[in-house]
Design a protein around this ligand. Sequence first.
Ligand code: ADP
Length: 280
Amino acid sequence: RLVVLGSVNLDIVAHAPHLPRPGETVSGAALSRYPGGKGANQALAAKRLGADVSLCARTGQDADADAALALLKADGVDLSQCLALPNAQTGVALIIVDEKGENQITVASGANHSFQADPLHLPPHDALLCQLEVPIEVIRQASTKASGLFCLNAAPVKPVPPDILSRTDLLIVNESEAEALEENLRDYHGILAITLGARGAILQRDGAILARAAPPSVEAIDTVGAGDAFCAALVIAFLEGKGYQEAVEFACRVGAFATTRKGAQPAMPYRADLDSLFNL
Ligand code: ADP
């Protein structure tokens, strides 16, 4: 069983001809609303890959919460630790995606930011997966209460306090996050996964490469959620006992699949999707 602790957002997405420069107005966009938030995205991705998943998160008591949790509910993610706070708004992410699938994102954290570290109840689990869209004190508490694998996706990027790093078994970052955290990671001795967009991903420990893989070549139309899909898949692969090489290949396939559909959560594949598309 996997517990994902993190954010729930409603993603409001404008599909635009190009990304605006500062001060520029871009016309001709089409608007969509999707459930999102890195925590929710990763929980749904893991559930669709067949895991028993519980999401520990905070929303407001508003209509955005219902919209944000709709797919998690539909797919049967356990939401017993997903609490609605009375005086907070559900988090919202404003996302612009251009014709090449590149994106720009601004997040109004709302209830995610009001997540209190105490009391924190984590259902029994074999792995705990967190991101950095909730207060660091909540992550710290979670890391002390984790049983089994403690996995951290250091996104959106900020330095990870040494005590949390020392309890981390698997740290997942993209290329720019890896660069930003280079100093911070000198004292990290767990498994480091670095995603490289269309070039795939590598697994390292203490600077030594454990495995690397490239994703299948796909027509990427929207990369929102690719990193979240990758994180969930990598943790699931380890829980299933896959070796480093097989695990990173699996995660790359799942990440690649997520770029072939619009939105974050609707793009998350079921196992059967992977079978049909990539003949796993
Ligand atoms: P993030 O979205 O967090 O920046 P990446 O862009 O590195 O993360 O993407 C995560 C994973 O998704 C990659 O390791 C890769 O497997 C897959 N992926 C991302 N972009 C593409 C692409 N254009 N084609 C195929 N796979 C992709």
